[in-house]
Design a protein around this ligand. Sequence first.
Ligand code: CTP
Length: 406
Amino acid sequence: MGLFSNKKLLVGVTGGIAAYKTCELVRELRKEEAEVQIVMTKAAQKFVAPLTFETLSDREVLVEMFPQSKSVATRHVDVAQWADCFVVCPATANILGKVAAGIADDLLSTMIMVAGGEKTIFCPAMNSNMYANPIVQRNIETLQRLGYSFVSPEWGELACHAEGLGRLASLERILGKIKHQLLGSEELKGVRVLVTAGPTQEPIDPVRFITNASSGKMGFALAEAAAIRGAEVTLISGPTNLRPSEDIHFREVRTTEQMYEAVHEVYPNTDVVIMAAAVSDYRPSVYSEHKLKKSDNSIVLTLEKNPDILASLGKNKNGRILVGFAVETTDELKHGKQKLKAKNLDLIVVNNPKQRGAGFATDTNVVTIIDRQQHVESLPKLSKPEVAQHILNRIVELIFEAKSKK
Ligand code: CTP
């Protein structure tokens, strides 16, 4: 099941060059199993053909208020009410002005009028002079006051080749906002959660390193899941291709030692730690400043031990909740239980990357969660965001238990 399965999204596309990025947004939403209905303005069709959106969303694209041949008398009302969330992406100065002024003169603006502020998110994108124009700023303020949400544009190179503030927000930020709108809760409000993710890299020379196949997907999914539940989340990750949503404090590190330092810096102000990172246990004893040259002989690489980050946290727990992961290819439960005890954890999430649909670079995982009472919960193959929800449910139970003991 995807993150947005059973969720209905209306995506309004207005006439700006950033409309091509909305295609990618729709793909991501569909990947997470959202139902997506696209509404385009006439100008938007100058930038992207409706057929593109139709193909991506698997639905007819709506444009006309009064299409010939169909009886659609209350469609603008029905579709706007059908949606759980209405994202206007990109939102031009024109649509912001129209909605702020109460104008509903085409299908999209009429639907926004029906949907109202609570479920509508604007993602403005325009030239920086237009964005800075006090009229646009006034309209944004008006809409914000009325409860409309915004994903503010970013600084960068614009379509007119100038640099400035006006570029459409990153996909991650837009998706993060949608997640909050659709799935957000306050369950973990006030709880400080530290998540680690990804692999670590141990350099051998300037161009070579030791690492593992971790993609970071599990750790990132956990960080997002905790943030959606209202936690204050710090994510410390080794090198990955992923970026978290903007409400997550994000630090990227490279080596195990750097991760150790970063984790210990945050640890005093943390209530829950989830160590999902696939940490390298060893590093080359000697780092060569210059690229190692080949010779006719074989070479020996001597490795020395890295610190065990999680074990070091377990020695100074002070009421914190510690969750570890264990990658095991044999005797999963036995080794998982041993690690839980040895590292003084509250939960350990065991997975065997040799199992189908489990492990590092996949979108799914097959895990078993073991707690301090040695209770074993085996989950079926699930998407990583779903696995994250299960782990978070267990953490919420532990927080609740700890509070009721106080
Ligand atoms: N871990 C850590 N620091 C390390 C190694 C592992 O904090 N140097 C953490 C991992 O993030 C994970 C847990 O410890 O949450 C277990 O990691 P795993 O690699 O399965 O076990 P190891 O303790 O490294 O033991 P082994 O590799 O021998 O199975």
